[in-house]
Design a protein around this ligand. Structure first.
Ligand code: IMP
Ligand code: MG
Length: 186
């Protein structure tokens, strides 16, 4: 038992399921971009900090292409489990004009974060931009977001682990688990 395991109601996606999915996504991305990238072009993989870090670290090792990495921090006002829809960029990427960008996110929930980040990045004239999200909670969507590469659709439950946090904790759990409601309902 890990210390954090005690706060988990149930394991939703285990390590083996995650591994299989990441392999599959990496193969799909490699195949799609091997056709799209010119000889001297590299895929620019942009991770949304901090939630995508664990997923991105595994995903890039399943991508058989030349890749460059960059990171962004977007934060939304609101409490720990509800997004307000007002997004600010706290750390930005370097120039993406003319680049093939793959945005990597941990989870698309209301969709506000990815909708506004994609809108901002599209205005900078990338050669292409696609979204890869490990998780998707479609029942909570408040704005339209196209997820080009999606790991798992999950029900409306607050999950942690494999990069996802609650109050900055649980990112280091190797699986995705449902957090016990008593941890966040006070
Ligand atoms: P959105 O803007 O509502 O789509 O929210 C996206 C962000 O909220 C994600 O990048 C996560 O950081 C966070 N989030 C949404 N749902 C969960 C969850 O179940 N567990 C942990 N973080 C979540
Ligand atoms: Mg996030």
């Amino acid at each position: 038992m890990r210390i954090a395991d005690a706060d988990i109601a149930k394991v939703l996606i285990d390590q083996e399921q995650i591994h299989q999915k990441v392999q599959q996504l990496g193969a799909e991305i490699s195949c799609d971009y091997s056709r799209r990238l010119a000889l001297n072009e590299h895929l620019l993989v942009v991770g949304m900090l901090k939630g995508s870090v664990v997923f991105m670290a595994d995903l890039i090792r399943q991508i058989d292409l030349h890749c460059e990495l960059d990171f962004m921090i977007a934060s939304s006002y609101g409490n720990a489990t509800e997004s307000s829809g007002i997004i600010t960029i706290k750390q930005d990427v370097k120039d993406i004009e003319g680049r093939h960008v793959l945005l990597v996110e941990d989870i698309v929930d209301s969709g506000f974060t990815m909708a506004s980040v994609l809108e901002i990045l599209k205005k900078r004239n990338p050669a292409s931009i696609a979204l890869c999200s490990l998780l998707d909670k479609p029942s909570r969507r408040k704005t339209n977001v196209k997820i080009d590469y999606c790991g798992f659709e999950i029900p409306d439950e607050f999950v942690v682990g494999y990069g996802l946090d609650y109050a900055s904790r649980y990112r280091n759990l190797p699986y995705i688990g449902v957090l016990k409601p008593e941890i966040y309902i006070k």
